[in-house]
Design a protein around this ligand. Sequence first.
Ligand code: AMP
Ligand code: ZN
Ligand code: FE
Ligand code: FE
Length: 290
Amino acid sequence: MSLVQRFASPIDLHTHSRVSDGTESPHDLVRAAKEAGLGTVALTDHDSVEGWAEASASAREQRITFVPGMELSTRVGRTSVHMLAYLFDPADAALRDETRRIREARRTRAENMVARIGRDYDFHWEDVLAQSAVGTTLGRPHIADALVARGHAISRQDAFAGILSFRHGYYEPHYAPDPVTGVRMIRAAGGVPVIAHPATRGIDSVVDEDGLKELIDAGLAGLEIDHPENRPDGMVRLRELAAKYDLIVTGSSDYHGTGKVNRLGECTTAPHELQRIIEQATGIAPVYPD
Ligand code: AMP
Ligand code: ZN
Ligand code: FE
Ligand code: FE
């Protein structure tokens, strides 16, 4: 039997604050979500739950439903696979340890990239520190902001297309668990795993059907199909697979404040799909306005 639905629409289940590579505090992000007319918003910073407390308090003030989440970095070979995780227990030791390991690897990787860039450009680690708060999950966006501040790029977009791209020789990957391990860890922590933006490469989704079946066996719950960067041909294919395997289908903006063009609520999730996420979660509950 279905629980009473206590959240309001529209529903946006993928956003980033300054705790990772967004540009607003968790407090301001939730306020922006309310101003954008959303009834429910999730915060899904990369590899961190540090923004949850502030976002929860802001959501109570704003009378908007808050869904605590995270975007866990995983990787198969050279392919990075982002795994959204909802409503897991933030005290789960295995997941806490793993995300700490990823954040540390991201920092070392950023230091290495900055050192390589510094051989060719006037560019220093302090430039990156000036663009990121203490404890932030460091990523290429912070390096991009520092490149912009130094005048080596005109925007994050420009930095990603140039100096930070795979082709330019400064890029390096960072440690991340494989997606099956990631899915198992999220479930073990009581959370609900959903593959983020699986169709950014179109029909060549980040997972083929065999890979998807393996992830479903490990506990995968859903696919983020409505996403500004998913390509239409891939979305059609993923909708077929979601129906075939009875997966949850989400839609979200992947808002990063001024760090990306994505606008809050530009893609949204149907209420019955969020209801399924809440029913599957055994970690924690959303923060409701009443
Ligand atoms: P990283 O995980 O450190 O390699 O950085 C990837 C992050 O950069 C992702 O979370 C994206 O949201 C962000 N990103 C990727 N491409 C761009 C872009 N062209 N402009 C702004 N942000 C981007
Ligand atoms: Zn990001
Ligand atoms: Fe992502
Ligand atoms: Fe994201």
